[in-house]
Design a protein around this ligand. Structure first.
Ligand SMILES: Nc1ncnc2c1ncn2[C@@H]1O[C@H](COP(=O)(O)OP(=O)(O)OP(=O)(O)O)[C@@H](O)[C@H]1O
Length: 286
């Protein structure tokens, strides 16, 4: 549904998207990850037809992005969505629904907690409430293609959970979903594949678990005991290891007679994958 081939985009003197190629199929959620400034928004804007590419080709269900036909099947949520401030929430949903020849979806209104805000003016909404309204506008036509830039921004934990359900519903309905996100735990569990951008280039792509395994970053064991173990100064030790079982087994003899107060094992995740790419590139995570 989404086909991108050799996409490049300049902003000022800089090449901010540099030869990007990928595709997203029906019923697939693909995450776009990378440090601030990696080019995620710049690429999404080209796919949404909101910015012109300087090179390469983008097709949305075979259509040119930004064409009326492509817009009709694409739900777009970008950062800082422009919403009509003087209208109330219900009027805004109605206005955007009419553009698609549909009626607002009561299911989405309820799922995004907009029923209680129906008569509130848009310019009096909080940041998270605006984001919920923008999500409802993007999702209500049940688009075949969803382009989401940081969809969980400003949402509280309950609403993040509900948003996840809505995105999964869209996937079940067959949508092709491309989602830029810094929520790497969410990307790991929600995305079928992730694309890692660094300085505008695609530097890794694949299933989250495969990228994490390929990065080979160590897990971290944090062990707190009732008193410092022999040879240790502190009652909390931190061990970084690629073999958690072997490290814990090696510790057991030293634990004889010393009660364990707390044990945490944190596996490597996509954060390590992003950081490793940023270090290779000489950029920093900000
Ligand atoms: N309006 C602009 N004019 C010129 N350069 C810009 C403009 N907006 C962004 N850039 C530059 O384009 C590059 C890519 O920015 P972009 O917003 O696409 O990154 P991003 O990966 O979406 O970052 P973030 O995670 O912070 O949202 C950055 O180097 C940024 O400084």
């Amino acid at each position: 549904m989404i086909e991108v081939s050799g996409l490049t985009r300049r902003r000022g003197p800089n090449l901010v998207v540099d030869g990007l190629s990928f595709s997203v199929s029906h019923g697939e959620i693909v995450g776009l990850i990378g440090v601030n400034g990696a080019g995620k928004t710049s690429a999404l804007e080209c796919l949404a037809g909101l910015a012109r590419a300087d090179g390469g080709e983008v097709r949305i269900a075979g259509l040119a992005p930004g064409s009326t036909a492509a817009r009709a099947i694409t739900g777009t949520l970008l950062q800082h969505p422009g919403l009509p401030g003087r209208l109330c929430v219900a009027e805004t949903l109605d206005l955007f629904a009419r553009l698609h020849g549909i009626r607002p979806s009561p299911h989405l209104v309820e799922a995004l907690g907009l029923d209680a805000l129906a008569r509130q003016r848009v310019d009096a909404l909080s940041g998270g409430q605006r984001q919920r309204l923008a999500l409802a506008i993007a999702l209500q036509p049940a688009p075949a293609v969803l382009l989401l830039d940081e969809p969980a921004t400003a949402l509280d934990p309950a609403m993040r959970r509900d948003l996840r359900g809505l995105i999964e519903e869209a996937r079940t309905g067959g949508a092709a979903i491309l989602m830029a996100t810094h929520d790497l735990a969410e990307a790991t569990s929600l995305c079928d594949r992730v694309l890692l951008l660094s300085a505008g280039r695609l530097v890794a792509a694949g299933r989250p678990a495969d990228l994490i395994a390929a990065a080979g970053a160590p897990s971290r064991i944090t062990l707190t005991t009732a008193r410092p173990l022999p040879g240790e100064r502190d009652d909390t030790m931190v061990i970084e290891t690629r073999d958690v079982i072997a490290a814990l087994t090696a510790l057991l003899p030293r634990l004889a007679g010393v009660p364990v107060v707390a044990l945490h094992v944190t596996g490597a995740g996509l954060a390590e994958v992003v950081l490793a790419a940023a270090e290779l590139d000489g950029t920093r995570c900000t």
